[in-house]
Write a protein that binds this ligand. Sequence first.
Ligand SMILES: [Zn+2]
Length: 511
Amino acid sequence: MLARTYCAGLEGVDGYLITVEADVRRGLPGLTVVGRASGAVGEARERVRNALAHCGHEIRPRKQVVNLAPADRRKDSPGIDLSMAVALLACHEVVPTAPLDKLMLWGELGLDGVVRPAVGALIVADFARRAGFEAIAVPRDSADEAALCPGLRVLPVDDLPALVAHLRGEVPIAAHTRTEPEEAEGWGPDMADVQSQAAGRLAVEVMAAGGHNLLLHGPPGVGKTMLARRAVGLLPALAGDDALEVTKLHSLRGSRAPTSLRRRPPVRMPHHTVSSAGLLGGGQPARPGEVSLAHCGLLFLDELPEFARACTEGMREPIEDGEVSLVRANYSLRFPARFQLMAAMNPCPCGYLGHPQRQCTCSSAAVQRYQARLSGPLLDRIDLVVPMAPPRALDGGPQEGTAEIRARISVARARQRERLRGTSHRNNAEIPTDGGAIESLCPLDDDGRSLLSKLTAARMLSPRARDRMRRVATTLVDLQRPGEPVEAPIGRREIAIAASLRRLPNMQQGA
Ligand SMILES: [Zn+2]
């Protein structure tokens, strides 16, 4: 007799349906698995065979065949074990087939029939819900994770005999209700701690408000990392699909399964020795890299020129498209990677070029080589390039805290939603620099226009660089003139500030 069960394969942060068909016939006893199973699923054969022996029911020796469909896709997760075992048990008529139609099965089997967590329970549960399944059976330790998807009954399973008893209607398993609390509010260290860094403070506020990318440069110890740790607290909380997607991405990398939805935007700070697979994603099976773990949050790259060229070049795609595509021998898939880039660098290898008190010891050739490591195309995607200098003296006055700045940013974000309604852009930074959009969405008054053209000539700005400045000026209007209509034109003042927020380390302003 033929029996069918369902489970899912993982592809990026999405699942796809795997139908498990099992057949039992007369013939030489054994278990054959067909349908492009990878090594990991090949081992599943052994685990399933042993687990069946511990299912609490007598299984007569027969020739058993399991087919995993569709055959053209790889199945490389041990989470497929449970569906294989249940399909075989249905063939042997140990469990009825009727309850299996609307049930997704996900879990790895131990040799003794214990059901163990496998990476991806949240992704499989979300897929099951969207595909119209009514329930999902998962290992008890994954139940909180699977239950993050609303509208799906989650059956926590301890071992194979317990699931068999449930399917036979002998000992029903109660649907799981979540026990973990929601993630607490709170935004990490506070902006009030950052003293006397007016330019840096303004830069992160504009970055967070308008979705712009930011490069800070200055000598070591001026507080670039300190600002980065606080900047993430200025980003909007994750809501709806973003929260689910970010939680899914982290569930693929975390050592601990998620027990609540991510509400805080993530901040990732990979070291400059990170490999391109670590930064962009890869591995077998595919895992998201830092750019994806920073999805909807902040990616902070300290000492940007020290990163391998393959890394900085590879970041162009996610910065442009908001996702990263991974093509390997065994797979080709995409992970979301819509992050805000915040980078920092020293002005030269020793760090003290232009320092008021300390002497730079680098040769001019070394300085040039160092600064040339920033690729033009990457710089092209960074709207804000801001110098930070060592503070002259601490003024000690109280600084605005995260909560106050967040309130201003939230108004600025609302203004952008209104301005960009009907377009595909989410914020000012996404307004394209080519075409007429900038002219209609970022209007200038006469003084603003005349200062912008003067600056363009004096700094030999490219049209793109000029338009980037205009986008930043629009964010400044949103932050600093919140009472005015969103169509209010950019004035001279915003252009002047925007110009101060783009100063490359080598004073070569034209890029
Ligand atoms: Zn130096």
